[in-house]
Design a protein around this ligand. Structure first.
Ligand code: ARG
Length: 425
């Protein structure tokens, strides 16, 4: 979906041929030593880094720098409401892993570590693969998240599944993937491109994909809709940049806030578009907007999501609690002498905004590094992939992987494919 007023952040443009900018390395090392005084004198480290850059065009982070860099990239993510926990991010150092088969194995391990169904645990994890070397191609992942559902276009044009991923699904089909075209929650394979440009598709094993069936605490019929969602949101196409060094493959996950699923993924008119179906089952008057049937249906869908995740032991936060935690995070950061960059249009939840504390204030916006960036090529690959017969991905409208800002004023016409999904004999 194209979002009016969306601007690329400055760091989203990058030139993969340029050597590391020593000023960026210096800023980062200063920050690292300032916040970790036990790590010794920054001047010594900086002198070695400057030499390394002069010789090779880049430098290698120590493990401690890498861990700190990842955590601060999260701390700086101005669109994320869940940053109170930035210090708890588990960092997997996979900088030596570069072959597609091994990358896939490690991504499966990532998902198993991040979401432990048997122990009812979901925790934030990042897997950092090989750093970018100026002028050299690196392995990459096309998928925007490790787990996403296919959007299968049927011959009559209706879509089964998540319309967000229709083009991506079609590209994967050009590479021979079939999937299960009548399953509305058909998990997409991972498309891993090796440094030589070869693309390999990998199906995720069932044990790596924790899914939660959606039921409602009081509305019995809700379960009959057959809805489900995956428990672990793992962003896979953002470039991590730390002290001038880029990590093009560094997937990371947190846990869900209910509204991401209940007020966006399952509700948006250009996603699963379920509000008309739910309102009808609830017996609401859909002939007039003034019955607020959309709002009524939205509320029950969101109660269902939270309740189902709780039943399944899958960690999920609600927007009221997460809003309070974010305000606590701002307060504790301010006590530490740091400002929290934040983007109001992303921080305010997509339902009941004014009932949350985060609505009633302004924020300071800034592009601080270390950071995660979604550059246009990765964004494009995540939306459509690269078809085997075109060298360059085609221009796609900008999009964002977190819960997105307010959609355009005129949403596309509901296409009625939910009717097909949920009323099939
Ligand atoms: N909004 C995205 C989705 O629904 C996930 C973005 C990351 N969210 C998170 N809670 N860490 O799939």
């Amino acid at each position: 979906m194209s979002v009016p007023g969306y601007r690329d952040m400055p760091g989203q443009q990058w030139d993969p041929r340029q050597p590391v900018d020593t000023r960026e390395a210096e800023d980062f090392l200063d920050l690292f030593h300032r916040e970790n005084p036990q790590r010794g004198d920054v001047r010594e480290r900086l002198a070695r880094v400057v030499d390394e850059i002069a010789e090779t065009g880049t430098y290698t982070h120590t493990y401690a720098e890498l861990v700190f860099g990842c955590r601060v990239a999260w701390r700086n993510a101005s669109r994320c409401i869940g940053r109170l926990y930035w210090r708890s991010l588990v960092v997997r150092d996979l900088r030596k892993v570069g072959a597609p088969d091994e990358i896939f194995e490690e991504l499966v391990r990532h998902l198993r570590l991040a979401g432990q169904r048997e122990r009812n645990v979901i925790r934030p994890v990042i897997s950092v693969f090989a750093q970018h070397v100026p002028g050299r191609a690196s392995a990459r992942l096309w998928n925007e998240q490790l787990i996403r559902y296919a959007g299968h276009r049927e011959p009559d044009g209706l879509i089964t599944g998540d319309p967000r991923n229709t083009q991506f699904t079609e590209t994967l089909q050009q590479y021979g993937w079939r999937g299960k075209p009548d399953n509305p929650f058909d998990v997409l394979p991972l498309a891993i491109e090796g440094p030589g440009g070869d693309v390999n598709l990998y199906d995720l094993p069932e044990h790596a994909v924790w899914e939660v069936p959606i039921e409602h605490p009081t509305l019995r019929w809700f379960a009959e809709l057959g809805l489900r969602w995956h428990a672990v949101p793992a962003i896979a196409n953002m470039r991590l940049t730390i002290g001038g060094v880029d990590y093009p493959l560094a997937p990371f996950n947190g846990w869900y806030m209910g509204t991401e699923i209940g007020a966006r993924n399952l509700a948006d008119p250009d996603r699963y578009n379920l509000l008309p179906v739910i309102a009808e089952r609830m017996g609401l008057d859909t002939s007039t907007e003034r019955s607020l049937w959309r709002d009524g249906a939205l509320l029950e869908l969101n109660r269902a999501v939270l309740w189902s995740f709780d039943q399944a032991g899958a960690r999920i936060s609600d927007h009221h609690s997460e809003s309070e935690r974010f305000l606590a995070h701002i307060a504790s950061e301010e006590r530490a002498g740091r400002e929290v960059p934040a983007d109001w249009s992303w921080i305010v939840p997509p339902m009941s905004g004014s009932t949350t504390g985060v609505f009633h204030r302004y924020y300071h916006e800034a592009d601080q590094r270390p950071a995660f960036y979604l550059d246009s090529e990765a964004r494009d690959l995540g939306r459509r992939g690269r078809s085997p017969n075109t060298a360059e991905p085609s221009e796609a409208p900008p999009s964002c992987p977190f819960h997105e800002p307010t959609p355009p004023a005129t949403p596309p016409e509901p296409r009625g494919w939910f009717g097909r999904l949920f009323h099939r004999p």
